[in-house]
Design a protein around this ligand. Structure first.
Ligand SMILES: [Zn+2]
Ligand SMILES: [Zn+2]
Ligand SMILES: [Zn+2]
Length: 156
């Protein structure tokens, strides 16, 4: 069975991507996908703020339902990060990439998996489970925050 390749989709392809999953290509769904494509790792609130100018009738509740729906259908990936209170979403769904997040400012960047396939860590004991993936999040401090902190500590 041929799966649509969402990662190759440009803005004008979202209608096709949605229809290929038998989802109605509503203006709100297309707007959410397009926004996430250009602003990866956004939470529902940020998506809402981003698409509201073009879609004044959209509500934050509607955005929550749309991202749930899209992640349930495998069109977006939902990520939970230890230093983010809310779930983030992205359209880069085709690989096993990881994330690094700055613990100071919350900035999130993609990191290609060094191994490539899931799971990229082998557990010492699987407890009889078939391991699907290792959820890996790198935590760090970005250069801007690091520089800011050392400048502040030098101030008497
Ligand atoms: Zn930072
Ligand atoms: Zn990502
Ligand atoms: Zn990996």
């Amino acid at each position: 069975m041929h799966q649509p390749h969402a990662h190759h989709a440009h803005a004008h392809d979202w209608v096709h991507v949605l229809r290929a999953r038998a989802l109605r290509a509503t203006a709100q769904r297309v707007a959410v996908l397009d926004f996430l494509h250009h602003h990866p790792h956004s939470d529902a609130e940020a998506i809402f703020q981003g698409i509201r100018p073009a879609l004044p009738t959209v509500s934050v509740q509607a955005v929550h339902l749309i991202v749930q729906d899209l992640s349930g259908n495998g069109l977006v990936r939902r990520i939970s990060l230890p230093d983010s209170a809310s779930a983030r979403y992205e359209t880069r769904i085709d690989d096993n990439h990881h994330h690094v997040q700055c613990i100071a400012c919350g900035r999130i960047e993609d990191i290609d998996c060094a191994v490539g396939e899931k799971p990229c860590l082998n557990p010492s004991d699987t407890h009889g489970m078939r391991i699907l993936e290792a959820s890996i999040v790198f935590r760090g401090i970005c250069r801007d925050c690091d520089t800011g902190a050392s400048e502040r500590s030098q101030t008497p």
